[in-house]
Design a protein around this ligand. Structure first.
Ligand code: HEC
Ligand code: HEC
Length: 312
């Protein structure tokens, strides 16, 4: 399980690791050899140990730095770390792409931990599995679990209050790109969605045509715009109708937003509409199957549904 693009990097890392360990061992060996011979004549009455193996560093006239080997216990600790690293490298990955005798990988460990957690919480979800969306939505325990799941997995994009942000739809307003039935919400969460609007500038025509059309789009939701230009832009809307529908009411099969409701996924205003026509959009809702269990998706679907539907 290595992501090296070529064997070279595997060898490069492996050799660098081995050389570092050898260098540490060599350093330890050199530094722990016996004391060096006296490097200067003894002064009168001086303890001979002091004249043995100094580094040559002297402070305050007489204060010399001795060059004694490391104490045995200390050198011993280093030897233990070196032996430990060698044993470790035999059993665990560390030498380039060599996997180690245990075949351990972080991915396997993650899978194992995830399985253990899933198994531990399975009874909790089993309790809810037989309930319908409406029943789940009316069940405070289920909704408490749903809220926690939402905060952990969805809030980074849709906001902790699920009201969304530019490009990330509001899930509380009962306005749906892909449909708000429990089945559609479940499908959205499980499989993910990708709303694709290609750049339409070429199909619409000149920059003036684009501006006129954008004014027409604004007029669909009485969102202002110049009525004269809107009139001129009206006929250009045929190229948009394929996805947004002849009246601009959108199409949930392709996730084309309703342009008549005054709710804007990418923000409101002439600039925004012109940008949409010229640049297109590509909204991505990541699929959750594989990441979340069926039981978790079940509860999340009910949680999202209940944000804009009162349970009976
Ligand atoms: C990485 C960002 C991201 C995360 C995480 C994310 N979403 Fe989404 N979601 C989006 C985007 C973007 C869209 C709109 C897709 C589009 O424009 O076509 C979307 C669309 C949706 C829709 C469809 C709304 C509609 O109007 O039809 C639902 C429902 C939804 N998300 C629920 C969830 C839930 C539940 C989670 C947590 C499990 C979640 N999302 C996590 C980005 C995200
Ligand atoms: C191939 C289908 C397709 C065509 C053709 C198309 N659109 Fe779209 N349009 C979409 C989709 C899908 C989205 C949502 C993109 C997303 O979710 O990221 C969108 C988004 C938009 C938005 C943003 C809406 C918002 O709520 O912020 C505007 C405005 C828009 N389209 C206008 C137009 C106009 C004007 C035309 C004609 C020139 C057009 N579209 C043609 C599919 C299409």
């Amino acid at each position: 399980m290595s992501d090296f693009v070529s064997d070279f990097w595997s060898y490069y890392v492996g050799i660098a690791v081995i050389l570092s360990i050898v260098a540490c061992a060599w350093l330890l060996w050199v530094m722990s050899r016996g004391k060096t011979t006296p490097n200067r004549p003894l002064k009168e009455g001086e303890d001979p140990r002091l004249a043995v193996g100094t580094t040559g560093h002297v402070w305050d006239e007489t204060l010399e730095e001795l060059n004694n080997p490391l104490p045995g216990w200390w050198a011993g600790l280093f030897i233990i770390t070196i032996v430990f690293s060698l044993v470790y490298l035999v059993f665990y990955p560390g030498l380039g792409s060599f996997q180690g005798q245990f075949g351990w990988t972080s991915v396997k460990q993650y899978e194992a931990e995830k399985q253990a957690t899933d198994a531990a919480v399975a009874p909790l979800y089993a309790k809810f599995a037989s309930l319908t969306t409406e029943q789940l939505a009316a069940n405070p325990d289920a909704m408490a679990v749903g809220e926690r799941l939402f905060l952990n997995n969805c809030a980074q994009c849709h906001g902790s209050d699920a009201r969304g942000n530019k490009g990330f739809p509001n899930l509380t307003d009962n306005d749906w790109l892909y449909g708000g039935t429990p089945e559609k919400i479940h499908e959205t969460i499980t499989k993910g969605r990708n709303g694709v609007m290609p750049s339409m500038a070429a199909a619409v025509g000149s920059a003036d045509d684009v501006t006129n059309l954008a004014n027409y789009v604004l007029s669909l939701s009485q969102s202002g715009g110049d009525p004269l230009k809107a009139n001129l832009g009206r006929e250009k809307f045929v190229v948009c109708a394929a996805c947004h529908g002849p009246e601009g009411k959108g199409n949930q099969a392709v996730g084309a937003p309703n342009l008549t409701d005054g709710i804007w996924l990418y923000g409101f205003g002439l600039d925004k509409v012109i940008a949409a026509i010229n640049g297109g959009h590509n909204g991505m809702m990541p699929a959750q199957e594989g990441k979340l269990s069926a039981g978790q998706i079940n509860i999340l679907s009910a949680y999202v549904w209940h944000l804009s539907n009162k349970a009976p």
